[in-house]
Design a protein around this ligand. Structure first.
Ligand code: HEC
Ligand code: HEC
Length: 152
């Protein structure tokens, strides 16, 4: 952080009513919102296995972004190209045998309809995640299917 950006950051914190003490200064002190230590969250190379392609995975609650049931290695999502839309767009999904992107993905933040994927939804893997066989980075008590069972 340069001196200038640090000043800006401190001013921003002051505006938010926070002090610099509440913000971790270095990687050593990073914790999750629930207080779990996530100082070194990177999974060491080789400590996870990409799960082979499978059928669509059952959703656990109604608003869940469906999990990605296939490999995504090397799929480019950049300013110029979105590999996901190569198969999941409304013009291509039939040919690819893929699920078409949800209609909700064509709305801007005010609910207005767009003819192209909304910039809010452009980076698919902010919400949709591929599947790895590995230990969770942070422990949790989530139970698969519990939400949908309650809703029924
Ligand atoms: C080469 C074509 C192809 C590409 C590229 C591709 N997908 Fe898929 N995707 C598929 C197919 C085929 C399925 C499975 C559909 C089925 O079996 O019903 C699928 C399934 C999915 C599903 C599950 C849908 C559901 O209803 O459960 C998600 C989410 C998904 N893909 C996201 C992505 C994302 C994000 C990317 C980019 C990183 C991507 N896909 C790139 C072909 C593709
Ligand atoms: C901000 C989070 C977010 C982003 C970014 C996002 N999605 Fe989604 N997606 C969701 C949620 C939540 C759902 C389930 C509810 C719904 O349909 O809106 C969903 C549903 C889907 C479905 C299933 C549609 C169906 O009819 O069952 C597909 C396929 C999909 N998304 C693909 C994509 C692709 C491809 C991208 C990138 C171009 C993307 N999504 C970006 C949150 C997101």
């Amino acid at each position: 952080m340069t001196k200038k950006t640090r000043h800006f950051a401190l001013a921003l914190l002051a505006a938010l009513g926070l002090s610099a003490a509440t913000v971790p200064a270095g990687a050593q002190t990073v914790t999750s919102i629930r207080g779990a230590d996530v100082s070194a969250p990177e999974v060491p190379a080789g400590a996870y296995k990409v799960i082979p392609d499978q059928a669509p995975i059952q959703r656990d609650f109604v608003q869940q972004p469906p999990l990605i049931p296939h490999k995504v290695e090397g799929y480019e999502v950049s300013k110029n190209f979105n590999r996901c839309m190569d198969c999941h767009s409304w013009s291509r999904y039939k040919e690819a045998g893929a699920t078409k992107v949800s209609l909700t993905h064509f709305k801007d933040r005010d609910g207005g309809e767009l003819s192209n994927i909304s910039p809010r939804r452009y980076f698919c893997m902010q919400c949709h995640v591929p599947q790895m066989d590995t230990a969770p980075l942070v422990g949790n008590t989530f139970q698969r299917g519990a939400g949908l069972r309650q809703a029924q």
